[in-house]
Ligand binder design. Sequence first.
Ligand SMILES: [Zn+2]
Ligand SMILES: [Zn+2]
Length: 240
Amino acid sequence: MVRRHVSEIGRAVLDCVTVRRCVACGELGMELCAPCARLLDERRAPWCDRCGAPLAPGARCTANHRWMRNITIARAPFRYAGTAGALVRRLKFESDRGAGTMLAAKMAAAMRVWAHRDGRRAVVVAVPLHARKRRGRPIDQAAFLAREVAGRLGLTFADHALRRVRATLPQGDPRVTSRDRNVEGAFRVRRPERLRGRVVLLVDDVTTSGATARECARTILRGPGGARSVALVTACVARG
Ligand SMILES: [Zn+2]
Ligand SMILES: [Zn+2]
């Protein structure tokens, strides 16, 4: 009797460990169910070397690279529309590490060539969350992705390398008329000695206009004690 009881508990525990759920919608079954996999909008190589936009083989990028001021190269394996956006939201609002891990694996893959060349000794830095937002959320999604990407590429993660020094409106807020002005001077480097003269890989969940990443890069590079260069990887782009 006792033994049967124990084996039932054992089975229940085993079920919890082995039952797979779709990381995007929670449906039982595969790691990513068929409908979610169909709606995963992946930006596949070949990419533009500079901005990471997918190109036809042999084609030249016609995108405007002005948004990349202070950023050497940018990569994002997914478009925000569809399943990748759902994965970002699951990571952000439900602290779903499975969703985050799936995004980070593709982000690391997109940076692998760079990490073997220019980024060999790069330091990984996350775009900081608002202190106010941080309090309400169990997970800092950019820091989670940065740590995962660093681990997969064998790079150092500089935790809390940047901090917000003033409150900004969310970039998507209708009151924001200039995304650049909204984040201007909003960040500071903590312990600059960790970044001085280094190649930095900046990590965030989503880029839209790129204004936040640009301002973070400017802050990281600023002054004689600044970093050498900044590359950017995000899970998704919300445009193009
Ligand atoms: Zn699904
Ligand atoms: Zn390009």
